[in-house]
Ligand binder design. Structure first.
Ligand code: PEP
Ligand code: MG
Length: 844
């Protein structure tokens, strides 16, 4: 409630309130202009929030200030970067110097025009005279124009600074303004803020006019334009310093990037007093520890052996020992994912292709070690040359397996590295074996140059709960052992020599994280329903029966993506109908009749070769015969799979989903085949049939696909790589191939719109759905189902429960207008942090 002496500021517009921290413009979000609020408007007439005199209207009509009798000055700024519209879309209804009443119409604007032609419609109301205020209403949610929002106590009329005698003042040289729109709100705020840092009385002069440099409104009122010649004058003890600093600032564009040089993203940036190296998160979490550089031992092998018979025996003994060592690792594995990796390594040791090649070389007189290394290296380089990151990861597995066998042949012990307590490992790349053998009581995390977020090393790190970053710049390899580092994998940052405050912050954050996880787990069975009652389905991405069972135990509401190809990779023969049918039925039974099971048909092709389906080598496997394309080339494969999937139709709410769909004809042919197979089985009802939206063509034509499907599921992993033209697992592009890119988000938005227009539901099953940072965004875009990585089900459900749909819609609208994935992430982080702060206040 406002007290009688309080001045009330009323809402200048109707709309949705948004915390200032979320405004994607640092000049506003940092409050350098002043504290206040932001409204995402639903009305189109800006009204006076207080009675007073119009102290400034920008010539472009997008910003206006009112000053009341006590000197309280309030600036309203409609939209972001609207100065660039040069007045188009705005109609000014009042004049500078005019007295206005509270609620009086000030500026009318064409919302459609502004929304289409400027960065955003977000409108700011800022108390630029600096009085602290209290909220008279909720800080979030909807507001009506005229509603009292802020209460503040005027500090009293601030006496105008005594204008110094010109004779005493020091003047800068004449300066030409580089800013494309002169000193409008943003550069003016930066300038005024800098001026406030000096004791001197400072003025900015344009021809005959001058303005108090410490007053944002006065500077704006000079109505400068690009090319204007201005001068700074100052009187006082630090006048010299003030003039040189402010002159330099003006020449450099007052922080307006476009006025000077484009922004670059350095790999190493200064964060407080320490340096930060950036990569991407391979496994979440954070740790503080000491650098320990890891380099792989270089092993020498003799080229020539002691005869084919002896060498063959050596090799088979070493291979057998390696298989049993891996079996031990499988038996003591911490989970399925880890065991699967060692199983895959065992299979490599038995691969006939590798063994045959080694055999030929041994016959030529080479030693077992030489032959085995040559064979594995030849195959590995074949994998890497494909230009395919998934195969490149297999190459890393091969190198690992190769080294394991060579060590056994040479009798080299796995020399246990002297591992100090609290080590953060740094390496070009770790092998899966190295990762699996880590002593997690001493190793707190690791950071590598190579590797990808989807590599086996990353999977192992997640299984161990070890924070890890990959894709770091090579400078990381130059760090001296023992250097203190703070590994913030969530942010993909390695901070060197962090200060005490950063370390304490990290510890506090870790504790909070642990508490939060326990809480989320305890609540995992509750529905994923927002505070304002909007329910979404949180389902699981699985590749095995074990994962289906785990998903149900963690509160999964179904399976949104069964990656069926993983049931059939790493084998030499196609599974029989009965084997397929029993796998699907077992998973269907684990879910039961009330839950959705979305089975994706085989998504194999160049990047995920199937040993029993011969395929031609392709130059660009990701652009080749993948997914539905391959299946339609080999229709019997698809028919057999349909038949096997249909056998579980009575056990669950069965959905079939086609991957990589690009053409309507692919969907139509597949549907026809499905109908024929269902008819042959005597089924009266078809299961639901949907498609993955992972090729931009399908997203762009979602309105044409929607009438012919039962649902869409958006595969953001592939949609990102195809939209941005960046390999999804390319280690050097990892930080750029980001699903938060606005281009990807726009495709999601239009897909959802098209689907809903035809009454169809839309899920997201790509990795974006598993990131809780993206949860408000996806909800705001209207996504109906989030299919996520199994361990993250409780966290995503908890994230949904903390949100309000109306806010999600506002933030989604806002980020669609941003320029880069980084900006989107920042905006979502600010939104998240503001929410956390608010909930802490509410809890206290
Ligand atoms: C995707 O592309 O986002 C997806 C879920 O499919 P996959 O990762 O299996 O290619
Ligand atoms: Mg995909």
């Amino acid at each position: 409630m406002a007290t009688p002496e309080q001045l009330q500021l009323h809402a200048p517009l109707s709309g949705v309130l948004m915390p200032l921290d979320l405004v994607p413009d640092p000049v506003f979000s940092s409050r350098v202009i002043g504290d206040g609020l932001c409204i995402d408007p639903t009305s189109t007439t800006l009204c006076a929030p207080l009675a007073g005199v119009v102290s400034n209207v920008q010539a472009s009509g997008h910003a206006i200030s009112i000053t009341d009798e006590n000197g309280v000055q309030v600036l309203m700024h409609i939209g972001l970067d609207t100065v660039n519209l040069a007045g188009r879309g705005f109609t000014q209804l009042v004049e500078e110097g005019q007295q206005v009443d509270v609620g009086q119409s000030l500026i009318e604007f064409d919302a459609d025009f502004v929304a289409l032609n400027a960065r955003s419609l977000l409108t700011l109301m800022l108390v630029v005279s600096g009085e602290p205020f209290t909220w008279l209403s909720s800080e979030t949610g909807t507001v009506d124009s005229g509603q009292p929002l802020l209460g503040l106590n005027p500090l009293g009329q601030v006496a105008d600074e005594q204008v110094a005698e010109e004779a005493e003042a020091l003047f800068s040289r004449p300066l030409t303004l580089p800013n494309p729109n002169g000193l409008h709100a943003r550069p003016a705020a930066v300038f005024a803020q800098a001026a406030k840092g000096f004791a001197a009385s400072i003025h900015l002069h344009k021809r005959q006019e001058s303005a108090n440099a410490k007053s944002l409104v006065a500077v704006m009122a000079l109505q400068t334009v690009q090319g204007d010649i201005v001068q700074v004058s100052a009187v006082g003890p630090d006048a010299h310093a003030a003039i040189s600093t402010l002159a330099e600032l003006l020449t450099a564009g007052c922080g307006e990037a476009a006025a000077v040089t484009p922004e670059l993203t350095p790999v190493m940036v200064q964060a407080s007093s320490s340096k930060v190296l950036r990569g991407v998160c391979a496994s979440p979490g954070s740790a503080f520890g000491h650098v320990l550089q890891i380099t792989e031992q270089a092993l020498e092998v003799n080229e020539w052996g002691e005869g084919a018979h002896v060498e063959r025996e050596h090799l088979s003994r070493a291979l057998a020992e390696a298989v049993s060592a891996l079996q031990q690792l499988r038996d003591t594995a911490k989970g399925d994912a880890q065991a699967e990796i060692f199983k895959a390594h065992q299979e490599l040791l038995e691969d006939p292709g590798l063994l045959d090649l080694a055999d030929v070389l041994i016959d030529e007189g080479k030693s077992a070690g030489f032959a085995w290394r040559a064979s594995t290296e030849a195959t590995a380089s074949l994998f890497t040359c494909q230009g395919n990151a998934l195969l490149a990861e297999r190459a890393a597995d091969l190198a690992d397996v190769s080294q394991r066998v060579i060590k056994l042949l040479l009798g080299v012990q796995n020399c246990e590295l002297e591992m100090p307590e609290g080590a953060i490992l740094i390496a070009e790349q770790l092998t899966p074996s190295q990762t699996a053998g880590l002593d997690t009581t001493k190793v707190l995390g690791f950071a590598t140059v190579g590797g990808g977020a989807t590599s086996h090393v990353a999977i192992l790190a997640r299984a161990f709960g070890l924070p890890a970053i990959c894709g770091l710049p090579v400078q990381v390899l130059a760090l001296v052992n023992g250097t203190q580092v703070l590994l913030d994998a969530d942010k993909g940052e390695l901070q060197l020599d962090p200060d005490l405050a950063a370390i304490e912050q990290l510890h506090a954050r870790r504790q909070l994280q642990q508490q939060r996880q326990q809480h989320e787990l305890a609540q995992a069975s509750l529905a994923a329903c927002t505070r304002d009652g909007h329910q979404v389905e949180v389902t699981a991405n699985i590749a095995s029966l074990a994962q289906a069972e785990q998903a149900m135990a963690l509160g999964g509401e179904g399976v949104g993506l069964l990656r069926s190809e993983f049931l059939y990779l790493d084998r030499h023969h196609a599974p029989s109908h009965d084997e397929q049918a029993s796998t699907y039925s077992a998973i269907a039974r684990a879910l039961g009749p009330a839950r959705n099971l979305v089975v994706r048909t085989l998504d194999v092709g160049g990047d995920k070769p199937l040993a029993y389906v011969p395929m031609d080598a392709e130059t660009n496997p990701f652009l080749g015969l993948r997914g539905i394309r391959l299946c339609l080339e080999r229709p019997q494969l698809l028919r057999d799979q349909f038949k096997a999937i249909l056998s579980s139709a009575a056990l669950t709410r069965l959905h079939i989903m086609l991957p990589m769909v690009t053409q309507l004809s692919e969907l139509r042919i597949a549907r026809q085949m499905l109908e024929e197979e269902a008819l042959a089985l005597g089924l009266t009802e078809l299961p639901k049939l949907g498609i993955m939206i992972e090729v931009p063509a399908a997203a762009l034509m979602a309105d044409l696909f929607a009438p012919e499907v039962d649902f869409f599921s958006i595969g953001t992993n592939d949609l990102t790589q195809y939209t941005l033209a960046m390999d999804r697992d390319h280690p050097r592009l990892a930080s750029q191939a980001d699903s938060f890119h606005p281009a990807v988000l726009r495709l999601i938005a239009s897909t959802v719109k098209a689907a809903h227009a035809h009454g169809k539901w839309v899920g997201v099953c790509g990795a974006l759905a598993s990131e809780t940072l993206a949860t408000p965004l996806l909800l705001g875009l209207g996504v109906d189902e989030l299919s996520v990585s199994v361990p993250l089900i409780p966290a995503v459900k908890a994230a949904v429960r903390s949100l309000e749909l109306v806010e999600c819609q506002a933030i989604a609208r806002q980020v669609l207008g941003l320029e880069s994935a980084g900006q989107v992430r920042d905006a979502l982080r600010r939104y998240h942090d503001a929410k956390v702060d608010t909930s802490l206040v509410l809890e206290n």
